[in-house]
Design a binder for this molecule. Structure first.
Ligand code: GTP
Ligand code: MG
Length: 376
């Protein structure tokens, strides 16, 4: 801590140095221009001249704290809080090529004995564990829902598994699904399914992949390709391993400390519990008691359930969870976010309702356009 020198101190108080020296010597000292003054004495002298002496100690906690506050950059903070998160996987493909069978197989393989057969209820998303790591699956009823989610700008999917039946090959909806996955920029894995059936032709599917510029890895391309049988279970373990490998390459991260936000997968009215929504948390950690807003709807999270119906209190990023406490049923594909409190959530939802009503009124009042075709 720097010493208090008579010369400097006098200047700070606006006193002539000899005046200060005589004052100090009256208290029984032998002060001179370059003498140092005891802190307590300096405080007393300052007070006499109507000054308050604030002594700043270098490296003191107060100062350090102020400095640290200046340094906190929200972006830096965000980066520091990033944690690895599980991949969110979507299964796409042509009708009857085995999407549901594959999902069922993956899920049942994950059910611990004793619970087997216990899971019958449908849920739009679930999580499995593999080598101690989690994978979130989105059980979308076909790519219509995928497109809808993408149209809303909600990029929830990290990896798309394109299911192609080995006995059927690429079909119109396979190509459509591929196009959606490519446009969304998600990582692609091809699961060649039904390898157990007579007439299964893995090479034919790989040829078709090559023709579409998504050649399989073992054919000199880059697309991870796994032959599977959803029916018999063959290759399903490898598929899960490949999904985790792909996730590693993507270095998926999220900030679990942020305010929670995410995506509505589906919603329904539960007769016992009221409006209920299956959501995927994308950022932050969703907690019981949180206030949420989603378009014209709001919620105070009354309870949450995981994909096996168990009560949970907190849901970190990439967790699919069912939430009760909603004011209504939010649309699938819509995004929700946590806000300060229930009142704010309700206000925001009301504002959105009002806005939509105004838009509707204006649209109704606008003159209808008449096309040239109609004129003739
Ligand atoms: P949609 O939901 O209608 O688009 O069909 P999907 O893609 O979900 O196919 P689903 O899982 O319903 O399977 C269609 C049929 O193929 C069912 O009869 C399944 O039993 C059968 N299937 C699915 N995977 C396999 C497989 O690996 N091997 C064999 N042999 N049959 C399979
Ligand atoms: Mg299906």
């Amino acid at each position: 801590k720097p010493p208090i020198i008579v010369r400097d101190f006098a200047a700070a108080l606006g006193l002539k140095p000899f005046k200060l020296i005589s004052e100090l010597n009256q208290q029984g000292g032998f002060a001179s221009m370059n003498s140092t003054i005891e802190e307590a004495v300096a405080v007393a002298v300052a007070e006499k001249h109507n000054f308050i002496l604030e002594i700043k100690h270098r490296g003191e906690p107060a100062e350090k704290k102020a400095a640290a506050q200046e340094e906190v950059d929200p972006e830096e903070e965000e980066k520091r809080n990033l944690q690895p998160r599980p991949p969110v996987v979507c299964i796409l493909g042509h009708v009857d090529h085995g999407k549901t069978s594959l999902l069922d197989r993956i899920r049942s393989a994950n059910v611990v004995s004793g619970e087997a057969g216990g899971i019958t209820q449908h849920i739009g998303a679930y999580q499995v564990e593999r080598s101690g790591r989690k994978i979130t699956f989105l059980d979308t009823p076909g790519h219509a829902a995928f497109t809808k989610m993408r149209a809303r700008g909600a990029h929830v999917t990290d990896v798309a598994v394109l299911v192609v039946a080995a006995d059927d090959g690429f079909m119109p909806q396979t190509d459509e699904a591929l196009k959606h996955a490519q446009e969304a920029g998600v990582a692609l894995i091809v699961a060649i399914n039904k390898i157990d059936v007579k007439g299964a032709n893995i090479d034919q599917v790989k040829t078709q992949m090559q023709q579409r510029n998504i050649a399989a890895e073992d054919w000199g391309g880059e697309t991870i390709t796994v032959p599977v049988s959803a029916l018999k279970g063959e290759g399903v373990d490898t598929l899960l391993e490949m999904i985790l490998l792909q996730a590693d390459m993507l270095e998926l991260q999220a900030n679990p400390k942020a305010e929670a936000s995410g995506l509505i997968v589906e919603s329904e009215i539960d007769f016992g519990r009221g409006p209920m929504a299956t959501v995927i948390v994308q950022r932050g950690t969703l907690k019981v008691g949180d206030a949420l807003v989603c378009g014209t709807h709001f919620a105070r999270v009354r309870a949450m359930f995981d994909d096996q119906g168990r009560n949970i209190k907190e849901a970190p990023p990439s967790t699919p969870v069912r939430v009760i406490g909603w004011s209504g049923t939010p649309d699938s594909g819509a995004t929700f976010r946590a806000v300060k409190n229930a009142r704010e959530a309700e206000n925001l939802a009301e504002e959105e309702q009002l806005r939509l009503r105004q838009v509707a009124t204006r649209a109704a009042a606008a003159p209808k356009e008449v096309s040239v075709d109609q004129l003739f």
